[in-house]
Design a protein around this ligand. Structure first.
Ligand code: FUB
Length: 338
C-alpha cells in the first residue's frame, strides 16, 4: 500500500485559472471512479489506465487495461491510500482483454466487485468477484453473469433491500450490437444517428446472492419533457455510457455520459427501473474525450467523482478527481464547469 496526499482546490485569487479539482493520485493513471462509503471510509473502484502502445480508435482498443487498484480515503480531502492490485485479467478464468469501468457493492459481510471485460471471443461481458475486504483482493466467479453484456456496470442498492445493475455503453462498449437481444458481430461500430429512438442503457434486478440477474434485462427509458423517448440524433441528451443511479429525497436520479458530446447529464424517475425524465447537465466537458462519474453522499454532503486528462494530456491516460455536487431546493443539480 502507498499513501499520497490530496491537494485541496486552490482557495486564492488564482483559483479561477486553476482546474476545479486536482488529481487524487499521481503515481498511476486512474479513470471511471465508482465511489462508495463502506464501514465509514470512502472506497474508490477506478479503472487503471496504462500505456499499451495501441493506436487510438473509436472501438477504444487503446484502453487496454489489465488490472484494478482499489483506493480509499478517510475524508474527501484526506490522503489517498492505494491498496494495490485488487483483481487482474490473468485471474479471471473467462477473460480475454480490456478491464474497463468497475463498480462495487456490500451485502451481508461480503464485498462484490462488478467488472466488464472482453471474453475470449472479444465480446464484452460483466463479471463479479468477491472479497471479505472492501480493498480486496477479489476472487472472480468462473463465468460472467448470465445474460450480461456490454460495459460500465453500476450497482444501486435501494432502501428496501433490492439491488439493481445498470449497464451499457455505445461504440467500443458494443451496446449497438445487441439490438436484437443477441450479439451481432456484423452490426455497425456506431449507433444509428437519425431521428429514431436512442439506444438505451440496460437495468436488471440482482438476485439475493448479488451474483446473478433476477428477472429480465430491461431498457432504461429516458424521456423528454413531453414524455417522448429521446432520439438517437439528440446527441447532447441521449445515453452513451457510464450510467449511475442515486436516490435523493425519494426520487431516483439516473446520470450518464453523452460520449461524443462529452457531457454528464441526468434524468429523474419515481422507480429504480424508470422511466426517467431528462433534466439537465451535471458537468460540462472536461479535458479529454471521456469523463465517467459516480455520485455519493459522504457525511451529509454529496460529491461527484470523475476523471479528466490533466496529468497526461492523453485520452487513454486519465486521472480521477472529486468535487462537491450542489443542488437547488427542488433537488435539481447545479451544472459544474470543470
Ligand atoms: O475506461 C474505459 C471506458 O472509457 C469506460 O468503460 C467508459 O465509461 C469510458 O470512461
Amino acid at each position: 500500500e502507498t499513501t499520497a496526499t490530496t491537494k485541496p482546490a486552490a482557495a486564492d485569487s488564482a483559483a479561477a485559472k486553476q482546474p476545479l479539482s486536482q488529481p487524487l493520485v499521481k503515481d498511476i493513471y486512474t479513470a471511471d471512479p465508482s465511489a462508495h462509503v463502506f464501514a465509514g471510509k470512502i472506497y474508490i473502484y477506478p479503472s487503471h489506465d496504462i500505456e499499451a502502445g495501441i493506436p487510438e480508435n473509436d472501438k477504444g482498443d487503446h484502453f487496454a487495461m489489465n488490472d484494478y487498484h482499489i483506493l480509499s480515503m478517510d475524508s474527501v480531502n484526506g490522503p489517498v491510500t492505494d491498496h494495490g492490485v485488487g483483481l487482474a485479467v490473468k485471474d479471471i478464468p473467462w477473460a480475454g482483454r480490456q478491464l474497463w469501468a468497475p463498480d462495487a457493492a456490500f451485502k451481508n459481510g461480503t464485498y462484490y466487485l462488478y467488472f466488464p471485460v472482453k471474453d475470449k471471443q472479444d465480446v464484452f461481458r460483466i463479471g463479479v468477484a468477491t472479497s471479505t475486504s472492501p480493498s480486496g483482493p477479489f476472487k472472480a466467479e468462473a463465468t460472467p453473469i448470465a445474460g450480461s453484456f456490454s460495459i460500465d456496470p453500476a450497482v444501486f442498492q435501494d432502501t428496501d433491500g433490492n439491488a439493481y445493475m445498470y449497464f451499457g455503453g455505445l461504440w467500443g462498449g458494443q451496446l449497438q450490437r445487441w439490438q436484437t437481444g443477441k450479439y451481432d458481430a456484423n452490426a455497425a461500430e456506431k449507433e444509428p444517428s437519425t431521428a429514431v429512438p436512442a439506444l438505451n442503457a440496460r437495468v436488471a434486478k440482482l438476485s439475493a446472492d448479488m451474483k446473478h440477474f433476477d428477472g429480465p434485462v430491461q431498457e432504461v427509458k429516458i424521456l423528454d419533457e413531453a414524455g417522448k423517448p429521446l432520439l438517437a440524433s439528440d446527441t447532447k441528451r441521449r445515453f452513451f455510457e457510464g450510467g449511475w443511479l442515486h436516490k435523493y429525497q425519494g426520487k431516483y436520479y439516473f446520470s450518464y455520459s453523452t460520449g461524443d458530446t462529452h457531457l454528464l447529464v441526468y434524468a429523474v424517475g419515481d422507480k429504480p427501473t424508470g422511466p426517467f425524465t431528462y433534466k439537465g447537465v451535471i458537468m460540462e466537458p472536461v479535458q479529454g474525450w471521456t469523463t465517467h462519474h459516480s455520485i455519493v453522499e459522504v457525511k451529509g454532503k454529496w460529491y461527484i467523482f470523475y476523471h479528466d486528462t490533466q496529468l497526461s494530456g492523453k485520452t487513454w491516460l486519465r486521472n480521477i478527481k472529486v468535487t462537491e455536487l450542489k443542488r437547488g431546493a427542488d433537488g435539481s443539480i447545479e451544472t459544474i464547469v470543470p
